[in-house]
Write a protein that binds this ligand. Structure first.
Ligand SMILES: Cc1cc2nc3c(=O)[nH]c(=O)nc-3n(C[C@H](O)[C@H](O)[C@H](O)COP(=O)(O)OP(=O)(O)OC[C@H]3O[C@@H](n4cnc5c(N)ncnc54)[C@H](O)[C@@H]3O)c2cc1C
Length: 338
């Protein structure tokens, strides 16, 4: 389907009322391949958009929005305890998690209730509660926007990192992901080491997949603002990865600074804590604000523009740089006019 001069208000979780010149949706790969081959010579700017839960539009978008609607959750194969499940890029992420958990397949349960579509999950290697999607991805199927050719990326070729992958790096905006293949297990090793997860699950009686999901959902709902109630895109900044010497130096001046180890064994600082220490928690500049319970989340109290939210994020970055000498990197992607 093709839509002209379309409002993106329902396609971004900040609820920003921006417009795009055109949006093209695809339910099957063949249509996308045909479109990209035709489009090759037009030179128009393209942006792939899922649910817009990790984007900040600072203005109207002049170009073509590509919105994947490829659906279907398929059991591809089973070998011993191992199962391969694939899902179309247009499936809602949490619907996939729910379906795998209900069918006794483990691997995605800690990633329950993350907003967005399946196609975006490898892009920033979504992660939560000690798990990252890269640990389950077998391969990613995608179409080149430049020439319509199909390519399958192995897990290694995806170059996954903390909230990062080849699709956010050197191949940014070059491939439309159409299907993701996950390697799951019917005898999963549960990942319960994060925060008080283990303790909370034990209150439910058993550490089943279903109870992990239930606990993660409850915890998320109590901590994170729901974009339906108040516009936001989850964590606005990444937790900074730092060296031991930076940690030691900061600890001298700020003995209470929280430091934790990331999955790769590196040291991470809590961006939310740094922001809170700069006095931003709960602050509001017009309708752009910092959430009152979670300083890592910027919110739209109603009529903030993307530019106002961007400017607020710059002020926050500047004050964290000034106080701690730490350069905060945005997790949310800023989409500007050009
Ligand atoms: C309340 C809230 C909580 C959140 N919690 C978490 C969390 O715990 N962990 C976490 O990792 N993230 C979290 N997020 C961020 C967000 O949910 C994820 O990044 C999600 O994967 C984005 O999905 P989307 O469909 O909305 O993608 P979009 O925001 O639409 O797009 C994100 C990026 O992916 C690209 N993209 C999207 N689809 C495709 C595709 N099919 N092919 C190629 N590129 C594509 C886009 O071009 C863009 O660069 C949260 C967001 C919110 C609002």
């Amino acid at each position: 389907m093709i839509y002209e001069n379309i409002s993106l208000k329902k396609f971004n979780t900040f609820g920003l009322n921006v417009r795009a010149d055109r949006m093209v949706t695809f339910k099957i790969e063949e249509n996308a391949i045909y479109f990209f081959r035709q489009h090759k010579s037009s030179g128009q700017r393209c942006l792939i958009l899922g649910q817009g839960s990790n984007l900040l539009f600072t203005s109207d978008f002049h170009g073509i929005i590509i919105h994947p609607e490829m659906g279907g959750i398929t059991l591809e194969g089973k070998k011993g305890d191992e199962v391969i499940v694939s899902a179309g890029a247009g499936e809602v992420w949490d619907k996939l998690v729910e379906s795998t958990v209900n069918n006794g397949m483990g691997g995605l349960e800690n990633l329950s209730l993350i907003p967005g579509l399946v196609g975006a999950s490898p892009v920033q290697n979504i992660g939560a509660y000690g798990a990252e999607v890269r640990n389950t991805i077998e391969k990613v199927r995608a179409i080149s926007i430049e020439d319509g050719s199909i390519r399958e990326f192995t897990n290694q070729e995806c170059n996954f990192g903390y909230r990062d992958s080849i699709f956010r790096g050197e191949l940014k905006g070059k491939y439309l992901i159409t299907r993701v293949y996950f390697k799951l297990s019917t005898k999963p090793k549960l990942c319960l080491e994060y925060g008080s997860l283990k303790e909370e699950i034990s209150k439910l009686g058993s550490t089943s997949l279903g109870n992990v999901r239930k606990t993660v959902i409850r915890t998320r709902q109590s901590k994170l603002p729901d974009p339906v109630q108040i516009g936001n895109a989850g964590s606005f900044f990444k937790n900074p990865v730092v060296t031991d010497s930076v940690v030691n130096k900061l600890k001298e001046e700020f003995p209470k600074i929280p430091v934790f180890k990331d999955a790769a064994g590196g040291m991470k600082l809590a961006a939310g804590w740094l922001i809170e220490q700069c006095g931003w928690k709960g602050k509001r500049v017009g309708d752009a604000g910092v959430h009152e319970r979670q300083a890592l989340v910027l919110v739209n109290h109603g009529n903030a523009t993307g530019q106002e939210l961007f400017e607020l994020s710059e002020q926050i970055r500047n004050s964290v740089l000034e106080k701690f000498g730490i350069n905060l990197e945005r997790e949310v992607e800023v989409v500007s006019a050009t």
